[in-house]
Design a protein around this ligand. Structure first.
Ligand code: AMP
Ligand code: MG
Length: 519
């Protein structure tokens, strides 16, 4: 049994629910409920992150032991673990939803890892909690695999995120109606152990605020400052002010990164936004393939497209406004709340401009560059072009003789290449002219572009291929794909299939371009 140092501050410093049962209820005046995971039939480790294990202080042999699979499927606990589900609310699709809470997430404890950092270990799909409402507390293999892969891939891409330690099959079946259309089926269950310094969400603050429970709200804020923002100094009032502004800045930087890599979260409800500015709660997320700001993978959101790719910056601000609204009672001077929201807009704009310039290989995004960038995105959208491959191939362009053939592999419909050639050639000429003004040698420019434009992203159809194989008991596709995603910016010979644009069969297939909240 590994010797891990647990320091469960969330439990020690915040008020808990005295009721030990798991029956569904409103939990008042408490930030969490202690609850044990519900055992499963036959735990089996499917995959793990060696990097996360090492940070925590677990060896490969320890993770591959039978004991690990039991603990990370919820069948047993190691000394120092003291499982709980936390209590939060949230705005779902723009509407206040009241208490939500960890309905299927159970935290095992906070470990001080081999790296000296705090790592909260949280099982997702470990059984019912007081916050499960009518649902079963479980997760299916397809959604757990998707969360496992994407959290590790995002980290490798340089995007702030919760991490994933392990993916364990439960041996139990879980019944899901994937598109809520009366076609329920039994699917294999699995549990991810996700890892972050804190799983506190905007919704943690919204819930006590909505109940006018100021003492709990204040405890949560001060706890977050003490545990998660120890670097902030000054009086309590100064620290709270600096904290809100910092949360706004982090959220701005986070969403600018999502826009860079083409990530669409899919369910940016306020319960799914992290107080640390991490990507959290991978559900019906997706990766932009043909460029389209209106695209969302989430079928539940097809009508309103509230959480489509191009909406994300604006929704970030909406969510921060909801957080500000929850905190207002603790801010006698509301100026920092307004300042934070303004800062969100300015930091997002600056960060987005910086990243956009870098994607094109430019030092800055001036007026000329901005217009060129907008034209490029317009052409990508008009001609159904893969955004990841387009940027990657743009780096290959011969600036002294720019040819459209360089971008051809990024087109989904080959006939558009000839049809759109006049506009594309004009754009490429202008782009080359602008880029030639760059004094850097071509090789340097190219390396800089390749370092910011990934080649391998967790494309939706690739996730589905890994899921199909894993459901048949074959995790080799998952393993190879995951290994590739760990170096998303480096060409990996022999791994071309993990960079390929979506094949035609995946255009309308469930799981490839259409996902729902059912997971
Ligand atoms: P999500 O859409 O994943 O952010 O979940 C919204 C809320 O529903 C959260 O409170 C979740 O804990 C809860 N929830 C989602 N799926 C389940 C499930 N299978 N069992 C219990 N609670 C769930
Ligand atoms: Mg959630």
């Amino acid at each position: 049994m590994p010797d891990l140092a647990f320091d469960n501050r969330f439990l020690a410093e915040l008020p808990g629910d005295p009721d030990p049962s798991t029956h569904t209820r409103q939990v008042l005046g408490a930030a969490y409920s202690r609850v044990l995971p519900t055992p499963v039939a036959a735990p089996k480790l499917l995959a793990y992150s060696a990097e996360v294990a090492a940070a925590i202080g677990l060896s490969g042999a320890q993770v591959e032991s039978e004991d690990f699979a039991q603990v990370f499927a919820g069948n047993a606990q190691w000394p120092g673990m003291d499982p709980w589900a936390s209590n939060y609310g949230g705005h779902q699709f723009g509407h206040w939803a009241g208490q939500l809470g960890d309905g299927r997430a159970i935290s095992l404890g906070e470990v001080i890892g081999a790296d000296g950092q705090r790592h909260e270990l949280q099982l997702k799909g470990a059984g019912r909690t007081p916050y499960s409402r009518h649902a079963d507390g479980r997760a299916v293999l397809r959604s757990s695999l998707r969360e496992f892969v994407c959290s590790e891939a995002m980290h490798a891409l340089g995007v702030p995120t919760t991490r994933a330690l392990s993916l364990v099959a439960t041996g139990d079946e879980v019944v899901r109606d994937m598109f809520y259309n009366g076609n329920a089926r039994a699917e294999p269950g699995a549990i991810v152990c996700r890892v972050a310094p804190s799983f506190i969400r905007f919704g943690h603050f919204e819930l006590p605020a909505s109940r006018k429970d100021l003492p709990l709200l204040e405890k949560l804020v001060d706890f977050t400052l003490a545990r998660d923002y120890p670097q902030l100094t000054g009086s309590m009032e100064q620290r709270r002010a600096a904290w809100f502004i910092e949360v706004c800045e982090r959220t701005a930087r986070l969403i600018a990164q999502w826009m860079r890599v083409g990530f669409v979260h899919g369910v940016m409800n306020t319960d799914n936004l992290s107080i640390l500015g991490l990507t959290i709660d991978y559900g019906p997320y997706g990766w932009l393939e043909p460029f389209d700001p209106q695209w969302t993978p989430n079928t539940t959101d097809f009508e309103g497209r509230r959480y489509a790719y191009g909406q994300q910056p604006q929704i970030g601000q909406w969510n921060l406004s909801a957080l500000a609204g929850a905190l207002v009672a603790l801010f006698p001077d509301q100026a920092p709340l307004h300042e934070g929201l303004k800062r969100y807009a300015s930091v997002f704009a600056a960060e987005h401009a910086r990243l956009t310039a870098a994607r094109f290989g430019w030092p800055t995004l001036g007026e000329v560059e901005l217009e060129l960038a907008q034209d490029f995105f317009r052409l990508l959208q008009r001609d159904e072009v893969d955004v990841t491959l387009a940027f990657r191939h743009l780096a290959d362009l011969d600036l002294s003789a720019p040819a459209m053939g360089t971008l051809a592999p990024a087109f989904y419909a080959p006939e558009r290449i000839a049809k759109g050639a006049v506009d594309w050639n004009a754009w490429l000429q202008a782009y080359a002219a602008r880029s030639l003004a760059d004094p850097r040698p071509a090789s340097e420019r190219r390396a800089a572009m390749d370092a910011i434009n990934p080649l391998y992203v967790p494309r939706n159809y690739l996730a589905q291929l890994a899921i199909d194989a894993a459901e048949q008991g074959d995790v080799s596709v998952l393993q190879q794909w995951m290994a590739t995603l760990r170096q998303p910016y480096c060409v990996q010979p022999g791994r071309e299939r993990f960079a390929a644009r979506r094949p035609e069969w995946a255009r309308e297939r469930a799981g490839c371009s259409m996902l729902s909240c059912s997971s």
